[in-house]
Ligand binder design. Structure first.
Ligand code: RP5
Length: 191
């Protein structure tokens, strides 16, 4: 984690919440992205339908606890981001988790179609949305924290270099997994 700063060691600035433990597979990409940028965050399961009192408490207390941006992921009837936004003036970014029945289209529309007056910044369905929610959260914080802006610039530079380093996909050799390398070594010893 190149961008480790005093901010990382401090209190969480971003609250990552999700409607169910089953959303973690998607939402961990938001957490990993923030960690890579050195932004302190917390993660919680907060369900709009199964734990509505916890949702109200989390959203209404987040600002006074020092949280500055909330990322909320949910799937299906995804009311968590919108209900969270209704109880706080902090920026809320919603991540539509891919649902089994409708592939996340239900989640996307539930999160995006907010009534005028209560905004939720809605991202793409699934992993891309989780990553981008974290990047947008960091960009929001970067207005106040120069170290986060710097970390974002470095992230972009590294991303560009990674793409430019493989101009011809036909010549790209994927790094071998540890398991595959061990297997190949064993096979070699047997000969
Ligand atoms: C939503 O229902 C959650 O956000 C999750 O995406 C979906 C399914 O939840 P589980 O039944 O897997 O707990 O509230």
């Amino acid at each position: 984690m190149g961008a480790e700063t005093a901010i990382t060691q401090g209190k969480p600035l971003v609250g990552i919440i999700m409607g169910s433990r089953s959303d973690w597979e998607t939402m961990e990409h938001a957490a990993n992205t923030l960690a890579g940028l050195g932004v302190a965050y917390e993660t919680r399961v907060v369900s709009a339908h199964r734990t509505p009192d916890l949702l109200f408490r989390y959203a209404s207390e987040a600002e006074q606890r020092g949280i500055e941006v909330i990322i909320a992921g949910a799937g299906g009837a995804a009311h968590l981001p919108g209900m969270t936004a209704s109880k706080t003036v902090l920026p809320v970014f919603g991540v539509p988790v891919e649902s089994k029945a409708l592939k996340g289209l239900d989640s996307l529309l539930s999160i995006a179609q907010m009534p005028g007056g209560i905004p939720v910044g809605t991202l793409a369905i699934g992993k891309a949305g989780a990553i981008n929610a974290a990047l947008l959260a960091a960009a929001t914080l970067a207005n106040k924290y120069p170290k986060i802006r710097e970390a974002l610039r470095k992230f972009r530079e590294a991303q560009t270099l990674k793409v430019l380093s493989v101009p011809d996909p036909a010549k790209f050799v994927a790094p071998r997994s540890v398991a595959a390398a061990k297997k190949a070594r064993k096979k070699g010893r047997r000969k």
